[in-house]
Design a protein around this ligand. Structure first.
Ligand code: SAM
Length: 296
């Protein structure tokens, strides 16, 4: 179905063309990606496509859609092309400076919300520190859920922090969020009731073998956890000890096979388990995804 740029083209046909180009390039989920890319270019949503799929697409939107498709064929993830990702049912701006937030990281949000119940966090002011905040997704999702909370998002990347600030404003939590450039906990002062982090945890030697959508588009500083993947955990666990109030919680996302070791680092630093909640929290696929412990 040849559709040359400049011809009169209708929305539904453009989606079909995008789909066939993506399928021909072997893109998984070609139909979904085609719909997302064409709708974004044409400023349409799924409902428009169903109800008004026969509407004409302006020439500018058509060429933009074809540019998006070419980028997807070249291996760029849809979220990177569109510059946004949904996390915890909120839309987050992302840029090359930020990790593309993963659905698995929502496990950390839920792990904190469990603690909010046992620690009565909804009934008192709560101070949160999110280390390695990236797009700000963890801190912002938590501030949206916990109305009495305020927090600090920390990152080594000034460009990521600029994105996090815009995301906080977009989600109406800017008044309760501060963003600070720092090397993990260096120079920070507490006390906090919660330190949460999704640190870089891929062992350096495994980076080259990652899917190219990850390796080529997520920033290296967001992925590389050093020789054994645990460099950031060693620093964060020690630093969190200093920053946390008594009965404050440390909640860390971990990579595959890291939960026991990270739990050991926490225990060695003086953190304790709490019998009211499991120390290790699994994601929806059943993998160990978060470790949490309390400062006593
Ligand atoms: C795995 S990403 C997590 C981003 C975000 N929290 C999320 O879950 O999508 C790790 C983040 O840690 C930041 N980071 C890496 N090294 C750091 C350091 N030494 N100090 C502070 N942040 C650092 C990176 O810039 C990146 O934003």
């Amino acid at each position: 179905m040849p559709v040359a740029v400049g011809e009169r083209v209708i929305l539904r046909d453009l989606v079909a063309r995008a789909r066939s180009e993506l399928e021909a390039a072997g893109v998984r989920d070609a139909h979904l990606d085609a719909r997302l890319l064409v709708c974004a270019a044409a400023d349409a949503d799924h409902a428009d496509l169903i109800a008004r799929g026969d509407r004409t697409v302006p020439g500018g939107a058509e060429s933009l859609a074809l540019e998006f498709v070419a980028r997807r064929v070249g291996g760029e993830p849809v979220s990177r092309i569109l510059g946004r990702r949904e996390f915890w049912s909120l839309q987050f701006e992302i840029t090359p400076a930020t990790l593309d937030p993963r659905a698995d990281t929502e496990t950390a949000v839920q792990a904190v919300l469990d603690l909010a119940v046992v620690s009565n966090w909804r009934e008192r002011p709560l101070r949160i520190c999110d280390l390695g905040t990236g797009s700000g997704c963890l801190l912002i999702a938590l501030l949206r859920e916990l109305a009495t909370a305020s927090g600090v998002g920390v990152d080594i990347s000034g460009d990521a922090l600029a994105v996090a600030r815009r995301n906080a404003a977009a989600h109406d939590v800017a008044g309760r969020a501060e963003f600070v450039q720092a090397d993990w906990t260096r120079g920070l002062t507490g006390p906090f009731d919660l330190v949460v982090a999704n640190p870089p945890y891929i062992p350096s030697r495994n980076i080259a073998a990652l899917d190219r959508e990850v390796r080529d588009h997520d920033p290296g500083v967001a992925l590389d956890g050093g020789p054994d993947g645990l460099n950031a955990y060693r620093v964060i666990v020690e630093g969190a000890r200093r920053l946390l109030a008594e009965d404050g919680w440390l909640v860390l996302e971990v990579g595959a096979g890291q939960a026991d070791t990270v739990r050991g680092l926490m225990t060695d630093a003086g953190f304790a388990a709490d019998r009211r909640v499991p120390s290790v929290v699994r994601d929806l696929a059943g993998r160990e995804r978060c470790v949490r412990a309390v400062s006593r």
